[in-house]
Design a protein around this ligand. Structure first.
Ligand SMILES: NC(=O)c1ccc[n+]([C@@H]2O[C@H](COP(=O)([O-])OP(=O)(O)OC[C@H]3O[C@@H](n4cnc5c(N)ncnc54)[C@H](OP(=O)(O)O)[C@@H]3O)[C@@H](O)[C@H]2O)c1
Length: 344
């Protein structure tokens, strides 16, 4: 059984990673179609050792396509995902457009796979925000053991989370600093080279940013609405890999050793936690990896049943493309989708 898969946003950071991961994991494809805007028509992207010519989204007919992995921003998704879903093609959407819609499941397969059964309501499945995806992968097994009451998180998010333009801006500004050229600020609100910016997405009335709100809303939707979470989201001059300093308060006792043992066995998690120089993960090492890495696990004696830890993952993989492909795999494993065209 194999499926016709369209990747929308195939020329972008996440789209390219999507094509790599579909190929690496041997997802059963009969055909892969690369789609982007009119700007990219006719350009080429790689799929394994093949080259795909990019087609334009607004001229493509989805009627014989089985799965559409959508990674072209919220506005494109809002316009296109419902239309594509109505054509009987299941949309797995990377944007925030449908994440909070109660008729759209928001899925991290290691956390809430059973929620996928709702997908047929709109034929849309949402992929979470990159910072939330890696966080819930690590929180879920700890919540099952000791019930999380409250989480305080500070993120250190790489520029690739802001797309190709974000990576270009860090590169261009860094070069400009070294050659004593003028440093232009276009994509971010302040200079990102040799700096950190405590602002991702728009400000809300309560002073939090939309990125911070997303972490709260998505953790509640996927893991447990009773969990209290507060976040500070920060952009840092790192190309790939989001890091998080996380403090967790549990209802029941849990030691650092117990947490380490639980996380060692948990799906999608890798513990790298030696109390010595270099005995922890950094975002540079997470780039290109599938795991959510957990380091610096320690007890927080300032609260009852408290732990602190450091969680790092490749935001383009578990934070976006890998999770989307895992959702497609879940659809196939559970027999929730059949190819429209039978193999000859
Ligand atoms: N980066 C992350 O860590 C991350 C994590 C989770 C979710 N996401 C989400 O994934 C999406 C893409 O992010 P990205 O980092 O890959 O951005 P990106 O590198 O800027 O790429 C954007 C992609 O969208 C395409 N696109 C833009 N407008 C389009 C249109 N009107 N019709 C068809 N295609 C269009 C672009 O095509 P052209 O090349 O033709 O312009 C490009 O392929 C966003 O929704 C983002 O929120 C990103």
């Amino acid at each position: 059984m194999s499926f016709k898969v369209a990747v929308v946003g195939a020329t972008g950071n996440v789209g390219r990673e999507m094509l790599n991961i579909l190929e690496e994991r041997g997802f059963p494809v009969s055909e892969v179609v690369a789609l982007a805007s009119r700007r990219s028509q006719g350009t080429e992207v790689s799929f394994g050792d093949r080259t795909l010519k990019v087609k334009t989204l607004d001229q493509y007919d989805f009627s014989d396509t089985d799965i559409c992995i959508m990674s072209a921003g919220g506005n494109v998704s809002k316009e296109w995902s419902p239309k594509i879903g109505k054509q009987g093609c299941v949309v797995i959407d990377n944007s925030s457009a449908f994440r909070y819609d109660q008729d759209v499941p928001l899925i991290v397969p290691e956390v809430n796979p059973d929620a996928i059964s709702l997908f047929a309501r709109k034929n849309i499945i949402a992929n979470p925000n990159c910072s939330t995806a890696q966080l819930v992968v690590a929180l879920k097994p700890l919540h099952d053991f000791a019930t999380i009451k409250r989480v305080v998180v500070a993120t250190y998010q790489s520029v690739s989370g802001a797309g190709k333009e974000g990576m270009d801006e860090l590169f261009t500004q860094t070069r400009a600093v070294f050659v004593a050229d003028q440093v232009d600020v276009k994509k971010f609100t302040k200079r990102i080279a040799f700096n950190v910016i405590p602002h991702i997405d728009v400000f809300l009335d309560d002073g939090f940013t939309k990125e911070e709100w997303k972490m709260v809303a998505e953790t509640k939707k996927m893991l447990d609405p009773k969990i209290k979470l507060t976040a500070t989201c920060v952009r840092v001059p790192v190309f790939i890999g989001h890091s998080e300093a996380v403090n967790i308060e549990f209802e029941k006792p849990i030691t650092a050793d117990e947490a380490r043992d639980i996380l060692r066995e948990a799906p999608g998690c890798q513990v790298l936690d030696k109390r010595e120089d270099g005995g922890y993960i950094t975002p540079l090492e997470s780039a290109g990896e599938d795991a959510t890495f957990i380091s610096r696990i320690r007890e927080d004696s300032t609260i009852d049943n408290g732990l602190s830890m450091w969680i790092v993952s490749d935001n383009l993989r578990k934070g976006a493309a890998l999770n989307a492909v895992q959702i497609a795999e879940l659809l196939v494993e559970r027999g929730l989708i059949q190819p429209k065209k039978k193999a000859a």
